[in-house]
Write a protein that binds this ligand. Structure first.
Ligand code: GLA
Ligand code: GLA
Length: 720
């Protein structure tokens, strides 16, 4: 299931839709009122009004409360909650309530419990204790979903359906007999014959030849290294199976409530590799993401920016919903550091700068009990006399002032190619080095561009690369012929392309492309590598520009390309380390090692100079994030019935997805073409001054040439 194929089939029904009746930018979070007495729920309403909350995710973990005994429903409390939210003018993203099956269900049907590769059964007591391939679980989840749709489909508060919750979060791969049966069906659909499966999996190796599909299993714990293509296909299947479950529930919701859009919250970040979200996106009416910082990462804000850009890429450039992040600490990392001064506001505006049109949190009110009681929330344990609460109220005010930004779009001249299946394949076992981590490479190059204030679109291989002047391809170990051809075409058309080591080695079946590495890009790059030469943990090499490198080297020959840098020591002393090949109207660069920061920085300076790609501003001080969104009138995403007339709700359809939504319900953005919004986010501890002109949307102050953003502060300038 290549993401390219899914994108190609995107049609009018897949045009993005926005939560019904949601005006301005969305603001709110997960709301779990069943954890609190009525008195507290009434206080919630007053405080939500004070904070300017307009969108809440409700009912995510409510199954056991809504159906305490099989077939006996207690919906009255939720009816009352939705009525009160509606009266308060708050829109609701209502869950299917299926994310955590109630104890009566797993007791009655223990056969729905998930299994690990070694046969370990995961039991009731946490959440998500179901196997997604279980026909029994599916039947119960469908019944619950239909009940929610029938009962709440006409509720005036209903704005959006929220299917399950973070599908695949805890059990991305499931190895039971149910999974085995579904995997076989999936393989039969993919390969048709067992002979084709044998060829794709290379099963003559180690006597793995299958005589029928019935003999095939998930890659359960085996005596030694499992078949890599089996692993890869199981990862594809697992992503598709979770998506199939989403689709099944979505179809019920569409049938009962065609007027309400449906989504599920993705987990796009450098830490979640198992769901191929590029292939999920066409099935989401609007893309929603949950993102959390790694408290131990001093540059967590750069990882956040990458994840937000990747989310926008998955959304095909359309606006998306930040469905969850945290006001302060989380509770599931080893050491859960609270956020520093202004950090929550900076995080929120980074997401908005990169395409989010809603900012939401896990969760509204911090729980007093349960596994997440130390996880921060909009309203903390301490109550309203707290910095977290004051931050919540302030953010609500900021988002109200940013309402005109809604529907505007980010533009980029640089693309970074990222692929989930390549990520999986790169990190399979039995490779030249187990120290090659996919996102390390991706982030190494992304970070360079972030620091310079160069905006990047993160795209799937096979995306339309037309119009990008710089295309960065980090460690794309596996690549299809089509995607490789698309990258070569970009260079022919004039782009500067950068490919880094351990790219283009295998096809989509994990079969090596013979004749010298990197098989898929040899011609484009004008090089041929006869042997890969990974380095030991403490080995360092020096290059002729004085930079150092580690992790990787190759026995590389020039076959048309010029050496831009050479190794001055180590196993390939005198050999090329960085190369450049003229290709049509553009050029293709190769980096055959892991450069240190200074070395990568010099290469990026040269790439930018050659491609003509420039930063958002001519001067970008250290630690300052700059991004621009552009208002573009045109056919809008369908805002849904009741969307706020006069609010800036229109957007053009995704350029990457290439489909005009053609929505008759589209509204124009209400701002002139050419209006842009400059986001300046100061992550540093010194005030920063940047060139800018326009109106500061947060203060209303005119900006006449220079803008000073205080340490840890933010500014958004509406530019004429
Ligand atoms: C995820 C889940 C939430 C909550 C948060 C905590 O995003 O969707 O239910 O567990 O993590 O960070
Ligand atoms: C052992 C096995 C071979 C092969 C090599 C690889 O010697 O007998 O089949 O796996 O290891 O080093």
């Amino acid at each position: 299931m290549s993401s390219d194929a899914s994108r190609a089939t995107r049609h009018r029904d897949d045009a993005r839709r926005w939560p019904v009746g949601l005006e301005g930018l969305g603001y709110g979070g997960d709301y779990n009122p069943e954890q609190w007495p009525l008195e507290t729920q009434l206080e919630d309403l007053a405080l939500m009004r004070e904070a300017g909350v307009n969108l809440l995710s409700v009912g995510i973990f409510s199954w056991a409360t809504l159906e305490p005994r099989e077939g006996q429903y207690e919906l009255g409390w939720l009816d009352a909650v939705l009525d009160r939210l509606h009266a308060a003018g708050i829109r609701v993203a209502l869950a299917t309530a299926t994310a955590s099956p109630p104890p009566w269900l797993t007791r009655r049907h223990p056969e729905i419990l998930p299994q690990l590769a070694d046969g370990t059964v995961l039991h009731q007591g946490g959440r998500q204790a179901y196997r997604v391939s279980s026909p029994v679980y599916r039947r119960y989840a469908l019944r619950m979903t239909r009940l929610m749709a029938d009962h709440y489909g006409n509720h005036p508060a209903l704005a959006l359906w929220h299917v399950d919750n973070e599908l695949g979060c805890h059990v991305p791969h499931e190895y039971s007999d149910d999974s085995a049966a579904a995997f076989r069906d999936w393989l039969e659909a993919r390969y048709g014959t067992v002979a084709a499966l044998n060829a794709a999996w290379g099963t003559t190796f180690w006597s793995q030849r299958y005589d029928s599909f019935a003999e095939v299993l998930p890659p359960r714990t085996a005596p030694t290294y499992p078949n890599p293509t089996q692993h890869l296909d199981f990862a594809r299947f697992s992503s598709d199976e979770l998506l199939a479950h989403y689709r099944e529930l979505r179809d019920v919701l569409r049938e009962v409530t065609p007027h309400i859009p449906t989504t599920t919250n993705l987990m796009v970040s450098t830490r979640n590799k198992w769901m191929d979200y590029f292939s999920w996106a066409p099935d989401l009416d609007v893309v929603a993401n949950d993102h959390y910082l790694d408290a131990a990462d001093p540059e967590a804000h750069v990882e956040l920016a990458f994840s937000a850009d990747l989310t926008r890429g998955i959304a095909g450039g359309d606006p998306w919903i930040l469905m969850e992040h945290s006001t302060s600490a989380v509770s599931w990392q080893p050491r859960n550091r609270p956020k520093g001064p202004g950090e929550m506001l900076r995080n929120s505006l980074s997401h908005v700068a990169r395409g989010a049109d809603s900012v939401m949190f896990f969760q509204w009110r911090q729980s007093a009990a349960g596994a997440e009681k130390f996880h921060s929330a909009m309203l903390p344990h301490a109550g309203t006399d707290s910095d977290v609460w004051r931050g919540t109220v302030h953010l609500g005010e900021v988002l109200r002032r940013l309402a005109p930004v809604r529907g505007s779009r980010v533009r980029a001249d640089a693309a970074l190619v990222v692929d989930y299946p390549a990520w999986w394949a790169t990190e399979l076992d039995s490779h030249p080095s187990d120290a090659v981590h996919y996102t390390d490479q991706v982030m190494a190059w992304y970070r360079q561009l972030w620091r310079r204030g160069v905006t990047v679109d993160v795209v799937a291989p096979g995306a339309d690369l037309d119009g990008y002047r710089l295309v960065v391809v980090p460690t794309l170990y596996s690549v299809t012929d089509d995607a490789a051809a698309g990258i070569a075409r970009a260079a022919q058309a004039g782009a500067t392309v950068l490919v880094t080591y351990f790219s283009g080695i295998v096809d989509e079946h994990d079969h090596v492309r013979l004749g010298g590495y990197p098989g898929a890009f040899r011609e484009l790059l004008g090089i041929r590598s006869e042997e890969l030469h990974p380095l030991l943990a403490d080995e360092r090499l020096t290059l002729d520009d004085g930079s150092t490198a580690d992790l990787w080297s190759e026995h590389l020959h020039l076959a048309g390309a010029a050496a831009v840098r050479t190794f001055t020591d180590g196993p390939r002393a005198g050999g090329p380390a960085v190369t450049r090949n003229a290709a049509g109207a553009g050029a293709a660069w190769y980096v055959a090692t892991r450069l240190d920061d200074a070395g990568a920085s010099r290469v990026v300076d040269e790439l930018l100079a050659e491609s003509g790609v420039t930063p958002v501003l001519p001067v970008v001080p250290d630690g300052v994030e700059v991004v621009r969104r552009w208002a573009e009138p045109g056919p809008g995403v369908s805002p849904g019935a009741g969307a706020g007339a006069g609010s800036a709700s229109g957007t053009a359809s995704g350029t990457a997805s290439g489909t005009a939504s053609g929505s008759d319900a589209g509204t124009s953005s209400g701002v002139g073409a050419g209006t842009s919004y400059l986001f300046v986010i100061n992550h540093g501890s010194r005030d920063a001054t940047v060139p800018a002109r326009g109106v500061d949307l947060l203060t209303g102050a005119p900006i006449t040439g220079e803008l000073t953003v205080p340490a840890h502060g933010v500014a958004v300038v509406e530019e004429p």
